[in-house]
Design a protein around this ligand. Structure first.
Ligand code: NAD
Ligand code: ZN
Length: 367
């Protein structure tokens, strides 16, 4: 359960949930009607299963398919989808169902938040990243020329259906990217989850059904707890902002690769986690043993952790410029999520750019 004032919902996690998704979503459809939004890659693999199950449950629906990839989180694609559903005569109770990864969840959620000033929304996440992170919490949105996720709304789903069997068709690289967000959850506030990852990470990435189910359950429980305490990211400390651990570095790496698929978000996060803990150690905040432990885990699973894992070299000054743009920079100091150790994240408003610069150089980034 995700308990929020006035709009609580459940995250159902299990293998093969898609086959009887119709029966599971039906109680949540105010007028028995739905619109499925998906991408071309997911449509080819999983759309028929969902459509068959909706038909069996006597749900009236139509499906809209957009191209796969970050490019679909655009104003033009948003406009196209919106005109399409309005032309079909959508009603207040018509429910938008997102079938896909975080791109589809973010786009469909924003469509649901804005069509007729808001219609019901259901998430059926099909990537590990979407199952453990983006489908829970109600952040929806699209990208602008000025930056990622700058146009959006908080709009919670009525239900999240995470079918771990759907991950069977996901390329390993995408699985690794989603897994990085699970490691992040452990690092932030759950040392037991991190230890669980050390013991079970390989099974998760090998696609072991029970390990995947348990990983998604733990990560969703963690995320639900954070979102319940700080639904709209307003807490000045300890709330949703902590979910940005590793992300100041990650966003700077990603911006340099223009979100074109050469570096996946979760891959950037994986390196970002190493950097955030390395910075914490460098500032004397966290024990060096914890960094050794994190690096050993990332290394054991073949996850990106260093500059050598990037598609090409990046320069320290370029990265610093991105970070300065990304966050509020005051007197050469910047806000970061740092660690006092594994499971102990906090927001630090007082990180000096010189410390970050020194770290990037030690880590082997070009000047
Ligand atoms: P994605 O949606 O682009 O999916 C990755 C790729 O996997 C796509 O090509 C997709 O077609 C394919 N795919 C999806 N499911 C598949 C399956 N079962 N089998 C085979 N292929 C499949 O990317 P993502 O990593 O899921 O999500 C990234 C997006 O999520 C970013 O836009 C990011 O901003 C957003 N995000 C949002 C939140 C939030 O809280 N709303 C949190 C984190 C990330
Ligand atoms: Zn992330």
């Amino acid at each position: 359960p995700v308990a929020l004032a006035g709009h609580s919902y459940e995250v159902l996690i299990g293998s093969d949930l898609l086959k009887d998704a119709g029966l599971r979503v039906k109680p949540h459809l105010p007028n028995g009607q739905a619109i499925i939004l998906t991408d071309e890659a997911v449509a080819a693999l999983h759309l028929k299963t969902l459509e068959d199950s909706l038909r069996q449950a006597d749900i009236r629906f139509h499906s809209i398919t957009v191209p796969a990839g970050e490019g679909s989180k655009s104003l033009s694609r948003f406009g196209e989808v919106m005109e399409n559903i309005l032309a079909h005569g959508i009603e207040r109770g018509t429910t938008i169902i997102a079938l896909g990864g975080g791109v589809i969840g973010d786009l469909a959620g924003f469509v649901a938040a804005t069509a007729l000033r808001g219609v019901p929304f259901i998430q059926i996440p099909t990537t590990l990243l979407a199952q453990v992170d983006s489908s829970v919490g109600g952040k929806t949105g699209i990208n602008a020329k000025a930056g990622k996720n700058l146009i959006g709304a908080f709009w919670q789903p009525r239900l999240v259906l995470a079918d771990t069997a759907a991950l069977g068709t996901l390329p390993r690289r995408q699985l690794v990217a989603g897994y990085a967000e699970i490691v992040k959850s452990g690092l932030i506030a759950d040392a037991a989850l991190f230890a669980w990852c050390e013991a079970n990470g390989k099974a998760v990435l090998d696609g072991d059904a029970s390990a995947l189910g348990e990983a998604v359950r733990q990560a969703c429980t963690f995320k639900a707890g954070v979102v319940q305490k700080d639904e709209r990211e307003q807490a000045s400390s300890g709330g949703r902002a902590l979910l940005n651990l590793g992300h100041t570095f990650a966003h700077a790496f990603e911006a340099e690769f223009h979100y074109d698929g050469r570096l996946l978000h979760g891959e950037a996060v994986s390196i970002g986690l190493h950097m955030a803990l390395a910075l914490s150690v460098k500032m004397g905040l966290a024990p060096a043993e914890d960094l050794t432990r994190l690096d050993a885990h990332l290394h054991a699973l073949g996850m990106p952790a260093t500059v050598a894992d990037l598609p090409h070299m990046l320069s320290t000054e370029t990265l610093l410029a991105h970070m300065g743009r990304d966050k509020k920079l005051r007197d050469g100091r910047i806000t970061f999520v740092l660690l006092k150790g594994i499971g102990k994240a906090f927001t630090c408003r007082d990180v000096s750019m010189d410390d970050v610069r020194a770290l990037l150089l030690v880590e082997g980034f070009a000047p």
